[in-house]
Write a protein that binds this ligand. Sequence first.
Ligand code: NAP
Length: 340
Amino acid sequence: MTNNKKILLAYRPVGMPDQSHFNTIETNVPELIDGEVLIKSLYISVDPYMRGRMSDTKSYAKPYEVGKPFIGGIVGQVIESKNPKYKVNSFVEGRMEWAEYNVSNGSNIRKIDPEIAPITTALHVLGMPGLTAYFGLLYIGQPKEGETVVVSGASGAVGTIVGQIAKLKGCRVVGIAGAEEKCSFLTNELGFDAAINYKTTPDLYNELAKACPNGVDVYFDNVGGTVTDEVMKLINFQSRTVICGQISQYNLENPEMGPSILGQLLKTSSLVKGFIVSDYADHNKEGLTMLAKWVREGKIQYRENVIEGFENTVDAFLGLFRGENIGKQLVKISEPTIKD
Ligand code: NAP
C-alpha cells in the first residue's frame, strides 16, 4: 500500500483565503483495476481561477466541494499501468487531485513528450495558460502590425506569452506589472517596448499615455479594477478589449464599482469580450502546434517560478495573490524516474 497526501477544501473563504481553508490528509492509494494507471505527481500548477472554485458561486467551472480535494493541472509520471495506452515511466498532464499520487482511467490525461520540450511546459506555454494567451490575443484581440497592445498581469504565465505573441505580430507592446524586477524582465528579456509598475507609479494614466503615444488598439485584461479603468481611457477607434481575468477582484468581499464606460465604447466603436480558454478547445491542436514552433525557434521565452515540496502547494497558490511569481508558478513534488 502506498501512502498518499491530498489537499482538501476545509471551508469556503470570504475574502482572501489563508492556510486554514486547506486541509491535508493522508490516505492509501487504491489497487488499480483494468484500464487504470497510477500517476506520481512531479509538478503541480497553481492557478488564479482556482480561487473562484473555492466559492459557491455560479461560474464556468463547478465549485470545489467542501471536504473534497482541489483539482488542477498536474504533470506526472505513470508508475503502474493497467492501461495499454500509457506505459510505465511515460509522462502525462491532466486535471487531477492535488495529491502526491492519482489514479486515472485515461480520460483526464494526455501524453506529453519530453523530447519536444521540458515536461513542465505542458502546464504553461504548451498548456492551458499558453492557449489562453494564443486564443485571447489572436482570436479576439486580432492585433495588426503597427498597433499598440497593452497587457495587464504582464509578467505572469498568460501575460508573458500574450506580449511576446503581440511582438511577433509587429505590435508595440506595453506591459503592466507590480514590481520593478517584473518590469525590467519584460523590457530587457522579453522585448516589451515599455512596462509600467502599477504599484509605484503616482499617475498610471499619465505613464500609460506616454507609453502609448498612438493610443491603445488591443487591451488584454488579466486584472480588472482600477488598472483597467485607466487603460480604457486610452482606447482607440475600433479597439478590442479581451477580458481574460479579473484577479484584482477575486478576493474582494464586495465587487468594486467602476466608471460607466459604455459611452466610451460607443464613441470608439469598440469591442469588449470575455472568454474562457475552453471556448476554443476545437482549436487546441493549432494553438499548441504554433506555440511549440515559436518555443522551438526561440521566438517565445518562458520563465518558471518553482517552489519545492507538496507541503508548500498552498503557499504557492496564495502567493499568486501577493504577486510573488514571475512567469508560471509551479510546485515541484518529486523527481521523475529515469528510464534505464
Ligand atoms: P499569473 O499572472 O502568473 O499570476 C498572478 C499575478 O497576478 C500575480 O503575480 C500578480 O502580479 C497579479 N496580481 C495579483 N493580485 C493582483 C491585483 N490585486 N491587482 C493586479 N494584479 C494582481 O496568473 P496567470 O495564470 O497568468 O493568470 C492571469 C489571469 O488570467 C488571471 O486573472 C487568471 O484568472 C486569468 N486566466 C483566465 C483564463 C481564461 O480562460 N479566461 C485562463 C487562464 C488564466 P503583479 O505583481 O503584477 O500584481
